[in-house]
Design a protein around this ligand. Structure first.
Ligand code: GLA
Length: 411
């Protein structure tokens, strides 16, 4: 659907607005695929994602009141409304409108007098697929509210504000998603460093192709997966504290500082000792520390256009997430295995896991073979071959979120 079509659909959803409300604008916020650096952003360690072509788009118009009204083009999501304030009460857990509320509440901290918008939400991003459709909604909503109110926040600050703001929904997430959704550069993956936040792009080689394949298992950000996610963040923190104490460091030292204070080998030896960590904490710690190393190596492999090396790092990351971090799922493992058998240089689960998608890398000319194999060997036996392009697609490194030129005036 073009921006003009979306603006027309807006008129249909909300009726012709008063002419004083001005033109309908459209904001676009892409989904993301994390290439490597999984479950370490909340440890303050660098990650390496890129933005997708698929996005959440919102057609919006300012209102004179403080109420925001939301309509979703996907009829599974009922209309929702809230009044702008610093203490917007959440809708019941799992309600899609909470992501819009999260954006509004975060902005209200800085701008207490914001007025609301009418917003029509449209998305071609698969939902609960580990591709950040929810953070894309948060970012799109924030940009719509800012634009409608004529306020701005410097980009890095906005990434941090919305990263914290999304915790409103109850997930103790890191800051990767909001940062890449706002800061991605077309044609590039970006290393994201935290504290201080910084994005460093690397061009994706023209003959590399990243494929995303959904496992058909929803990775819901609410419910059991959220609990397991939050549990991992606590385990990492506890492991860090205990290793730091054994090393004679302050117990509030960060992961990056810990890695500066001792070599990876030393840290792993210490963490492997029963006197330091339990079996579970030791495995969680090993994932974090080795995944951090893989991010640097992967960034260098991409810069050197070394596809085989990047592929091996993807494989090692998956193994670590499956065995040490225990966030995989048998359907994700199966997809990874099939992608490799079909000629991918490497593959891994992407996003929080527990379902969701994998990302695989291959030379562009091999991509059709890999796709065909996944269609025939994964999707067809599960009765999903008909819709395969919705589940299995090329990840095109795209630009970050933006307000597009005004759509047509409705009415
Ligand atoms: C979710 C969170 C991110 C990150 C990933 C795992 O997508 O929103 O901050 O922690 O999981 O890497």
């Amino acid at each position: 659907m073009t921006s003009t079509d979306l603006a027309a659909a807006f008129a249909h959803a909300f009726g012709a607005p008063p002419s004083s409300a001005g033109p309908v604008h459209v904001v676009r916020a892409p989904g993301r695929v994390n290439l490597i650096g999984e479950h370490i952003d909340y440890c303050g360690l660098p990650v390496f994602p890129m933005a997708l072509r698929q996005s959440v788009r919102i057609a919006f118009q300012p209102r004179s009141e403080r109420e925001t009204r939301l309509v979703n083009r996907d009829s599974r999501f009922a209309p929702s409304a809230f009044v702008m304030s610093e203490s917007i009460p959440p809708a019941p857990a799992g309600d899609w409108g909470n992501y819009a509320r999260a954006a509004a509440r975060a902005l209200a901290e800085r701008f207490p007098d914001l007025r609301g918008v009418d917003a029509l939400v449209d998305s071609d991003l698969p939902i609960a697929a580990g591709l950040s459709s929810s953070s894309a909604l948060v970012v799109a909503m924030a940009l719509a509210l800012m634009h409608a109110n004529g306020v701005t926040v410097p980009s890095l600050e906005l990434m941090e504000l919305l990263g914290r703001g999304e915790r409103y929904v109850g997930t103790a997430g890191g800051g990767m998603d909001q940062a890449i959704i706002l800061g991605a550069r077309a044609g590039c993956a970006s290393r994201i460093d935290f504290h201080p936040l910084r994005l460093t792009p690397t061009a994706v080689p023209a003959d590399w192709q990243f494929l995303v394949a959904w496992s058909l298992v929803p990775a819901e950000k609410s419910g059991a997966a959220r609990q397991a996610y939050n549990e991992r963040t606590h385990e990492c923190d506890e492991a860090r504290r205990l290793v730091a104490m054994r090393l004679g460091q302050r117990d509030d030292i960060t992961y990056p500082a810990l890695l500066a204070a001792a070599s990876v080998e030393q840290l792993l030896e210490l963490a492997g000792a029963r006197a330091t960590l339990s079996g579970v904490l030791s495995r969680r710690f090993r994932h974090v520390v080795t995944e951090g190393t893989r991010v640097r190596q992967a960034e260098a492999a991409m810069a050197a256009q070394d596809l085989a090396a990047f592929g091996q790092l993807l494989d090692a990351s998956h193994q670590s997430l499956r065995d040490d971090y225990e966030v995989s799922h048998p359907e994700l493992d199966r997809l990874v295995e099939l992608a490799r058998e079909a000629g991918a240089a490497g593959a891994r689960l992407t996003g929080a896991g527990f379902g969701g998608s994998i990302v695989g890398l291959c030379r562009a000319e091999r991509a059709p073979e890999v796709r065909d194999a996944l269609r025939d060997r994964f999707y067809a036996p599960r009765g999903a071959a008909g819709d395969v392009e919705r589940y299995l697609f090329r990840a095109e490194p795209s630009a970050g979120a933006e307000v597009l030129t005004p759509g047509a005036s409705p009415g």
